[in-house]
Design a protein around this ligand. Structure first.
Ligand code: ADP
Length: 510
């Protein structure tokens, strides 16, 4: 039952159906062509025979005189009208029967080829054509005496004795019924010539061919079916292996790979599926890490809140002490709120609820506005803020998310730069892109960490980042916002000297 639903079975069935139809059509074609050729050949030879007879002098007299030697199995009959009566002349009186209607048609000018089945004699191919004798007066007696073959005798010297002279030959009596049928003075001006030849040779060849086809076609289909099942089964074995492996792969075990190494389409499919499984494995891994990192991040402030609260509840405390505890609790709650907001934001972007990035924005003005907020933060930390906004460029984007992105990077620059340092914000147009670079003279990022800083929860120095209020999510959110705006972000950094973040965004060209 399972086999009946398999591709192997269906492919083989289709293949057999097509092959079967083709073979039957081919068989019919061969049979019909051969049959036509053979009958055509026979018809040509019947025509030649008719032409030959028409060239025969006094053919009717010869036949009537019984001197005509017909070919084996062949029937020759001349039909003619005497008054209203249909009469015939045939060698040895072997008359081939014909209907008056056919004879009339031929006498009126038609030439016919027909297949006639004579009981006990079999099938005949018959040519019926009109015949005009060269000598209308039929004289059977003229040829009657010539019926006997000349009697050649071998002489002693190896030659032949000449046949006996006409007068010496025995004068045989005419056949008993001869006079009744042939009037020596009869006149035949037009006749219908009927030449019939048995088709048993053709029929036997065609029968043989039919038998060969009847045996060969099913046999070929049987062999082709067996071969088809074998080949289809072989060809589809890798598919089974792919589906078996795919069934074994579970969410928890995405490390398995499909073991099909062929260089064909199935090998390509297996490779594509393996790449997909690898991507899924990485995605699941990232999701797992993300969940554990997120819970870890949330557990920290929660533990602090819990500890602070239970410690202060242990005994009665001074209002000052309660104030201090509440301040700590409030700070941790704030951290948690901040983290939860960031997580929510990421989740929203992951769920494809991307911001609408169709608003046209003048980037120079936009960055100038952000600078006014940042200036206060810089002043707080005694940092110099340099701005080099050289180009007037228009971009398309979402104002809110772009603001968050630039603010995050500038805030990082402030966070990781010691007092007295410099923050530089520049805007240029390069290769039809708006290029915004944010540089600082801060602590820098070590080379090994650079490839990971855009990953979620990645922090170069966990303790330091935490104390600065960082969660390790800021840059990954920035990267996601830039991706949505079809831009890119690069970072260059030197330990102890500072870092430069370069953001490229496509500009609107008129
Ligand atoms: P965080 O909230 O911890 O700052 P981010 O995703 O914004 O997280 O940054 C990831 C890490 O990259 C930070 O922990 C920090 O170590 C490093 N980093 C980011 N910006 C700078 C910078 N301007 N200078 C030095 N280190 C930086």
């Amino acid at each position: 039952m399972k086999f009946l639903h398999s591709i192997t079975f269906r492919v083989t069935l289709w293949y057999l159906a097509i092959l079967g139809v083709m073979m039957v059509l081919l068989g019919i074609g061969v049979y019909v062509t051969l049959s036509n050729r053979l009958y055509h050949h026979l018809d040509v030879s019947l025509k030649e025979r008719a032409e030959h007879l028409s060239e025969f002098r006094d053919v009717l007299s010869i036949i009537a005189g019984g001197m005509f030697e017909d070919q084996a199995g062949e029937y020759i009959t001349f039909y003619y009208y005497e008054g209203n009566r249909l009469k015939h002349i045939a060698p040895k009186d072997n008359v081939f029967p014909m209907t008056r209607e056919v004879i009339d048609r031929v006498l009126s000018g038609e030439t016919l080829f027909e297949n006639v089945d004579i009981p006990q004699k079999g099938l005949f191919r018959v040519l019926i054509s009109s015949f005009t004798p060269d000598n209308p007066v039929v004289r059977p007696d003229q040829f009657r005496r010539e019926r006997q073959q000349p009697n050649y005798e071998r002489r002693r010297d190896g030659g032949f004795k000449s046949p006996p002279r006409r007068d010496d030959r025995p004068n045989r009596p005419p056949p008993p019924d001869y006079k009744e049928r042939y009037d020596p003075r009869m006149k035949v001006t037009s006749a219908a010539l009927v030449i019939a030849r048995p088709t048993k040779d053709i029929e036997s060849v065609l029968r043989q061919l039919f038998h060969i086809l009847v045996i060969a076609i099913p046999l070929t289909l049987l062999l082709a079916g067996g071969g088809g099942i074998f080949l289809a089964h072989r060809a589809l074995t890798p598919v089974k292996r792919i589906s078996d492996t795919a069934r074994q792969i579970e969410e928890s075990d995405l490390s398995r790979r499909i073991d099909v190494r062929t260089k064909d389409e199935l090998g390509f499919l297996a490779e594509t599926l393996n790449q997909m499984i690898e991507r899924l494995e990485n995605a699941f891994k990232r999701q797992k890490e993300f969940t554990s990192d997120a819970s870890h991040e949330l557990r920290g402030p929660l533990a602090v809140i819990q500890a602070e609260a239970s410690l202060s509840l242990r005994k009665a405390r001074e209002p000052q002490e309660y104030k201090k505890t509440l301040k700590v609790i409030s700070g941790e709650a704030e951290r948690m709120a901040f983290l939860t907001n960031q997580l929510l934001e990421l989740a929203r972007m992951d769920a494809d609820k991307e911001p609408d990035v169709s608003e046209s924005i003048n980037l120079k003005e936009f960055l100038q506005n952000i600078c006014s907020d940042i200036t206060i933060l810089c002043q707080e930390k005694n940092l110099e803020l340099q701005t080099h906004l050289l180009s007037q460029v228009q971009i398309k984007g979402d104002r809110k998310s772009l603001q968050r992105m630039f603010f995050n990077i500038l805030n990082n620059a402030i966070k990781y730069t010691k007092e007295g340092g410099t923050i530089r914000l520049a805007l240029e147009e390069k290769d039809h892109m708006a290029e915004v670079s944010i540089s600082d003279t801060g602590i820098g990022i070590q080379k090994e960490s650079l490839p990971y800083i855009f990953e979620r929860f990645y922090r170069v120095d966990k303790a330091r980042s935490r104390s600065e209020g960082g969660s390790g999510l800021g840059l990954s959110i920035c990267k996601q916002i830039i991706d949505v705006h079809k831009g890119r972000i690069d970072v260059n950094s030197q330990m102890g000297k500072g870092s430069t973040f370069t953001i490229k965004l496509p500009i609107i060209t008129n």
